[in-house]
Design a protein around this ligand. Structure first.
Ligand code: 57M
Length: 359
């Protein structure tokens, strides 16, 4: 909005020329989203506490979690609001990619909200059914996939990290592929969100990494120099990635151990899905496996654990899945698991960045 209101006045006040620059708007989008979360956080936490949106803790999990009973959840409402407001304020709203990403953020936020609402406010212990949740997620992701596909000149070739000549063209199948990336990312972040700050840390790291990729992919000269697919218009996603990182930092202030608030499905489903759609639009789809490698590891630990559990009628690979529970049950203090998982996420993000040169 500010871009549309203030940039045209640059002929009168040359200082307003600065609104032209994505880098400038990204920095202020990050700060805006950060301050929204930081200043509104206490008020939102107090409201959620008053509405008794307190987390129910399963008694079959690590015993250390029992003390977390009653911690307000659904803090994701604040994150989603901060990213949306900040992006609307600093983004170029004529760019279709901004709207596709916001559709995913708000659509998955609504699915997560419905689930949290049924569980926390209506006190239905299960929330949405697994099938219902998956269908709603697939519906929103499909809409986003079709929109991306119909965007003029959008390439349906998939970028394979480290192999610049391998670019399979999926044609209309790209829509299904995009849907799988978005839904998969959403659920992987959801599975990771089981310790204080464990999900939001790597979300900040992934958003920051994609901030770089979005900028490069949207800049014809740099994209050509680094030989990555140029996606006209995707540079504006840098602003949204910045807002996501800023909102994440603001939320982490309150979600850091010992957490005063959890993000709920409202936060985990929407943030994961948004990372998915950003990976699709920037044409770094498969790279998400590295950028969000920690989420992939957590999801794989569940797949292997459940598969092995079923095949062997009750035997386990890990003490408990997802993987963070395994280390907790081994006796690692919660903050140690969290920080070590963040370290892994940073290392994987750096590895992902190296694909800009290693190909
Ligand atoms: C949601 N939710 C957290 C919070 C957060 C298939 C199966 C592996 C699925 C998995 C599952 O349901 N995962 C998805 C995980 C929950 O957090 C809430 O949920 C929101 C995210 N959706 O925002 O509102 C608990 O996590 C803790 N927490 C924190 N700090 C945070 O900042 O401490 C969350 C955020 C909170 C709080 O304790 O209550 C969760 O873990 O439930 N299921 C599981 O993860 C279960 N695993 C399991 O059953 N494993 C089995 C295999 C065979 C499937 C096994 O290994 O034996 C465990 N979950 C729990 N207890 N809580 C089992 C034991």
């Amino acid at each position: 909005m500010l871009y549309h209101l203030l940039y045209p006045l640059h002929t009168l006040f040359s200082v307003l020329n600065v609104f032209r620059y994505i880098t400038f708007r990204t920095i202020y989008a990050s700060l805006t989203a950060f301050f929204i979360c930081f200043f509104l956080g206490p008020w939102v936490i107090e409201r959620l506490t008053r509405m008794q949106v307190g987390q129910y803790i399963r008694d079959d999990g690590p015993k250390s979690h029992l003390g977390k009973a009653g911690t307000p959840t659904m803090g994701g409402v604040l994150i989603v609001a901060a990213i949306t407001l900040s992006t609307l304020l600093w983004g170029d709203l004529t760019d279709p990619f901004i709207w596709i990403a916001l559709l995913v953020l708000l659509g998955f936020g609504a699915v997560g909200f419905a689930d949290d609402y049924l569980m926390q406010i209506k006190k239905q212990s299960k929330g949405l059914s697994v099938r219902g949740k998956l269908l709603l997620q697939a519906g929103v992701a499909l809409a986003a996939g079709v929109w991306v596909y119909l965007t003029p000149n959008f390439s349906t070739e998939v970028t394979v990290p480290f192999f610049k000549t391998v670019t399979p063209d999926l044609g209309w199948g790209y829509v299904i592929f995009a849907m799988l990336v978005i839904v998969g990312a959403s659920n992987a972040v959801n599975l990771t969100d089981g310790l204080d700050g464990l999900a939001i840390g790597p979300v900040i790291i992934a958003a920051t990494t994609y901030m770089v990729f979005a900028y490069i992919a949207g800049h014809v000269k740099i994209a050509n120099y680094l030989q990555i697919t140029y996606v006209p218009g995707c540079g504006e996603l840098t602003v949204l990635c910045g807002a996501m990182a800023g909102a994440g930092l603001g939320f982490l202030w309150f979600n850091a151990y010992p957490a005063q608030v959890f993000m709920g499905d409202t936060g985990s489903l929407s943030l994961g899905a948004t990372l998915g759609v950003i990976a699709v639009i920037t044409k770094q789809e498969i790279l998400l496996v590295l950028v969000g490698g920690l989420f992939v590891i957590e999801a794989l630990s569940v797949i292997f654990q459940v598969g092995f559990f079923k095949m062997t009628s009750g035997r386990r690979i890990f003490r408990m899945a997802p993987l963070h529970h395994h280390f907790e049950l081994k006796g690692w203090p919660e903050p140690k698991v969290i920080v070590r998982f963040w370290i892994i996420a940073i290392a994987l993000a750096l590895l992902a960045m190296s694909t800009l040169k290693l190909r």
